[in-house]
Ligand binder design. Structure first.
Ligand code: HEM
Length: 135
C-alpha cells in the first residue's frame, strides 16, 4: 500500500523513480532520507484545490491568505479552470448554503497556515505564480 505521508517507503520511491516525474526537461529523482520530504510541486498549476484538505481554490489565494474565501463553491457540472490565478473559478459565499459549499469553519476543513506568500509584493507574487506555472 502507498503511504502518502511517508515519501521514504520503498513502494513510493520505486513508483516515483519510474514515473513521468523522472522524464522531460527537468527529470526528478527521489532519494529518500530520514525526515520530512516535501512533495514535489511539479504540475502544481493543474492540481487545485490546494493544501492537504483542498481548502484553497487557487494559487493566488494560497500565496495571499487575505484572498482565501471562508465559504466557496465551484461548478461541478461545468467545471471552469482559471489559468491566470491558476485554480478553480469559484464563487465566494457568506455561509454554507448547500452541500457543495466548501466551509472552512468546519473542523478539518480550515484554510489557515502557509502564510509565506503574504509579504510578497503583488509583482513578486505574480512572478512566483508564473514560475510555478512552468513546473
Ligand atoms: C514562496 C514560497 C513558497 C511557495 C511558492 C510554496 C508553494 C506551495 C504550494 C503551491 C503548496 C500546495 C501544495 C498542494 O496543495 O499540493 C505548498 C504546500 C506546503 N508548503 Fe509551501 N511554498 C512556499 C514556502 C514554504 C515554506 C517556507 C515552507 C516551510 C517552512 C513550506 C511548507 C509547505 C508545506 C508543509 C505544505 C503542505 C501544507 C498542506 O498540505 O496543508 N512552504 N507550498
Amino acid at each position: 500500500m502507498l503511504c502518502s505521508s511517508n515519501y521514504s517507503s520503498p513502494q513510493f520511491v520505486n513508483w516515483f523513480n519510474q514515473s513521468w516525474f523522472t522524464t522531460g526537461d527537468h527529470p526528478a529523482k527521489l532519494a529518500p532520507f530520514k525526515g520530512y520530504i516535501a512533495p514535489p510541486l511539479d504540475g502544481i498549476w493543474a492540481t487545485a484545490p490546494y493544501l492537504h484538505n483542498g481548502s484553497v481554490p487557487d494559487l493566488e489565494s494560497l500565496l495571499n491568505s487575505r484572498l482565501r474565501p471562508k465559504y466557496w463553491s465551484r461548478d461541478f457540472k461545468n467545471p471552469q479552470y482559471n489559468l491566470d490565478t491558476p485554480g478553480w473559478k469559484y464563487g465566494e459565499e457568506y455561509s454554507a448554503t448547500n452541500k457543495e459549499t466548501y466551509n472552512t469553519t468546519l473542523k478539518g476543513y480550515s484554510n489557515a497556515g502557509h502564510y509565506f506568500g503574504d509579504n510578497l509584493t503583488n509583482d513578486e507574487r505574480k512572478a512566483v505564480i508564473e514560475y510555478l506555472k512552468t513546473l
